[in-house]
Each structure stands twice: as structure tokens, then as C-alpha cells.
Ligand binder design. Sequence first.
Ligand SMILES: [Zn+2]
Length: 265
Amino acid sequence: MLRVESHGDVQRLHFSTWRSRLVGYSVSCYAVRGVLIDSAFHDVGDELLAWIRESQCRGVIITHAHDDHAGNAERLARAGVPIQLQPDSEALLKTPQRRGPHRWWSWGAMPLLRSPVTPFVAQGLEMVFTPGHSYDHYCVWDADTRTLFAADLFLGVKVRVAHPVHREDVRAQVASIRKAVALGPTRVFDAHRGLLKDGAGLLNAKADWIEQTVAQIDRRIGDGWPDPAIVRDVFGREPLFAYVTLFDWSHANFVASVRRTYPAR
Ligand SMILES: [Zn+2]
């Protein structure tokens, strides 16, 4: 299902299926300057391609190689739609990845990128390297309108879980968020929540919360605590969806990410 929302010069393309809605998931791509940011997930590929044909969109930017942002990369490449993406994302899309059953359920297949990519550079839009959520994560910055397309940089203030796919690094997230806020965005579009009210304020609140939480975890690591005890003390019990995702998303991965980068650089 595709729902289109207009925000002046920006159109939000909000994609979901009955299966993704059942587990509370959807994803948004954004059209700006005749370019589409991200390609959604494979199960909505027909709607995405139809929209691209009708809108005469010049090309697609892919922010990172996760299923719900790059799920149609191969389809676009095969159809000859120009794509702008970074070398790390391209390499990930060409390599088989471990995908849990919850990803198949929510997003569908994730075909490998095999077709040659027609390269493209979007005018007036800059890809800003913001690793942390994944090591190949980029935001897109429109300097003229001070608009940040934040992809998965935000997601929520207190995201108390992390996932190991593409090496999530919660410590790196803080630096990336501060870097994005320093650009001075007046509008922030999130790939799942749409246009954020006071986006810069929310991003700062998220960076502050991660810093405080990481400091709590660092202290316990320094005192020799094992991970399960840290998880229980800082976060409490794992949420239900940690079990549903076979611990792909879990408090344990948050703590493991902090330990991987301990001591702080
Ligand atoms: Zn992602």
C-alpha cells in the first residue's frame, strides 16, 4: 500500500503491506528535486516502480543497505533507473546477508544486486556519512532548504535495543547525530516517523540519552560486570519483540555494542 503525503517541495511516499502493518512496520521514501530517497522494501516494488515511471523521477539515492531502504535496488538497476549509493552499501547489496525470519515476514525477499548500476549524482543534495545505525549509513542534506532526510539516524529518542546487522555501533551514533544537528536543519524527515516536530531537538535528546546510557554501561563494564547482569540492571527484561526477532533486536545487542567499543576512543 502506498500513501502519498505532501510537504511543499517534499513528497513522502509511505509504504506498507498487511504483513508489515501486522507487526507495526512501514517505511517512507522521500521525493525532492526530482529525486527519490531510498527504494523501500521488496514487497512494494511494483508500486514503487509505477510511481517512478509516472513521476519521471531522475534517479534514486540509497542511504544504506538495509532491506527496507535498499530492498528494490536490484529491480531499479535492472530497469535502468539511475542509482546513487556509496561503495560500502553497494558491496553489502552484492553479498548474501544473514536474514532472520522476521525480516522475510516484514519486508519480503532481498534479491542480490547483480545488474549493473547506472550511476547518478543528485544536484543540490549531499550524502552525509552518519555511521552507527549501520557502518554504511548516510543522511541526505538539502542545504538550500536546510532539510535533513535522516534515514534511520533517529527512529526514536530512547531506542533501548540494537541489532548486529551491519555492525550497529551505538557510540558512533552519538557522533553522527551531533554532526547532523551541527548542519542546522529546520526540517528533519525520518524514514519511519515522517516529518519530525522539532527534529533537531529530538536528535539532541536522543544523543544525550545514548550518552547517559552508554556511561552507565561503561561504569559496569569497568567494574567487571558480565553482559547479562548489565542488561538486567540498566534495561530490565528483554521486550517481547526481542524473542520474536530471535534476539536480532535486543537490549543484549545494545550492551554488546558498547562493550565492543570499550574503552571509549
Ligand atoms: Zn536501517
